[in-house]
Write a protein that binds this ligand. Sequence first.
Ligand SMILES: [Zn+2]
Length: 109
Amino acid sequence: MDHWVIHIPSGPLHVETGRYSGTPLDQRLCNVCNGGQIEDEFHFLCICINYQELRERLYQEIIKRNDMFITYENEEKFKEILKYHQFPLMKYLKSAWEARKVILFNSSV
Ligand SMILES: [Zn+2]
């Protein structure tokens, strides 16, 4: 996966940690939403329902600069964000990463 322009900072997603623990790729699922999808960068940024509110804010920022954005498919959105909207992306990642920690921590106690 060398096409990520930005590697999601501040900690590995399950798609990464599963590589070290030997978990097969199709079992590296998102434990945040339990939606049965692999927790990779795409899921984290564009899909996971738990970050819906943060994502709305991110998309609003981007739509101000590109009003076609709303018409894009998720995969196009993902590429557009990584390429052209790095500042709002960093804000999203910071908040989403915090939210992820809280959810995973709370659900494990
Ligand atoms: Zn998820």
